[in-house]
Design a protein around this ligand. Sequence first.
Ligand code: PBG
Length: 322
Amino acid sequence: MTGSPAQDGSPVPGAPPAGGQPALRLGTRASALALAQSGMAAAALTAATGRAVELVHITTYGDTSREALSQIGGTGVFVNALREALYAGEIDFAVHSLKDLPTAAPEGLCLAAVSERAAVNDVLVARDGRKLADLPAGARVGTGAARRMALLRMLRPDLEVVPIRGNVDTRIGFVRSGSLDAVVLALAGLQRLGREEEATEVFGPDVMLPSPGQGALAVECRDAALVPLLATLDHRPTRAAVTAERTMLAVLEAGCSAPVGGHAIAGDDNVLSLTGLVATVSGSRGLKRSLAGGVDDPEGLGRAVARALLAEGAAELMERAA
Ligand SMILES: NCc1[nH]cc(CCC(=O)O)c1CC(=O)O
């Protein structure tokens, strides 16, 4: 893991601060999406607090390895290098895609803020502007996520689902080059890159239930004294929603890695509604349950939906690996 100051006009580390306090060092991966997300968080923090923020690029094993994510520890690999830089004191805070954060709370780090959620939807980017229903039988559709594989196979068992990896540009590139007919991506990622026009279909959460945490960003730091400052980025309804989703995921995940979807909405009436899904990767079976509860107890709601799914047979379904 290497940290180096960004060559993008950010303040030089160690330079005397203009107005008193030193710039906060924000660790970021160097992918276009990570840079967009970190840049947005840095701008929002500076606008809210007046503190300058400098970007520090961190290379993660998930960025350089071409191995399947499931082989190298899942999406946690994107997170770990940033956390090591936090522990080493090389950076003051990090911004992660919340859906990539493992559910286990890390020792000695604070989840200082969960930013207001962007779009939760998955989208299709297909050749010739096609929608899922327009793709011919046998069309090749790429995704690396077990949840998207399962849902695609349930919606269109006649398609060929192709496991792929890579950043947004690489994945859309498979369609532009003709090696795939379509790929499935997160709308939030496309929007942050200014590329949402490339989506040929936006799936509602009723069609493709999103991943727990999808569309939200997590702000993490080591020094608890920074939490009040970073908490200016926190959005309480989003934090409640993703807490319900991630509690459900944590309960279901005990001992399995089956596809799980989760989407909660915090309404104006202090009601939190959570829908959870467990499926087989083959798409042969899926279970979906929705419950509502108070916005002040998202953990209770997450546990209740997980228990409802388990009572319907989610554990047996998850045991049958495929
Ligand atoms: N797994 C990679 C990842 N992590 C977060 C996003 C998109 C942004 C988000 O969901 O917040 C993506 C890309 C994608 O799934 O297409």
